[in-house]
Write a protein that binds this ligand. Sequence first.
Ligand SMILES: [Zn+2]
Length: 112
Amino acid sequence: MIGAVASLNIKKNDTVVVIAGRDRGKRGRVLRVVPVKRRVIVEGVNFIKRHTRPNPQKNVKGGIVEREASLSVANVQLVCPECSSATRVGRKQLDDGRRVRICRKCKGVIDK
Ligand SMILES: [Zn+2]
């Protein structure tokens, strides 16, 4: 695809497992996908400490805030809802014309 953002195999609310980096082995739900950057934010994974300055105009208190930082989609793998193992994602078209993601391991349909 040229000039378009390739669609990712990971979508919001998927369960993924981290396969590289500091949080390797952790599982979590995908909170947000950033297709342009090919990054995802996963609940409870890749916490970073943000030092914030107080900003009274925006009602922001100073201090240290912990929040999830995005990680590359290359570092996560989808957990199949059918066989609950980490898997690569295939695609197929159903008889009704819908295009869905399938699990490469159990061939189960991921998108209901
Ligand atoms: Zn499966």
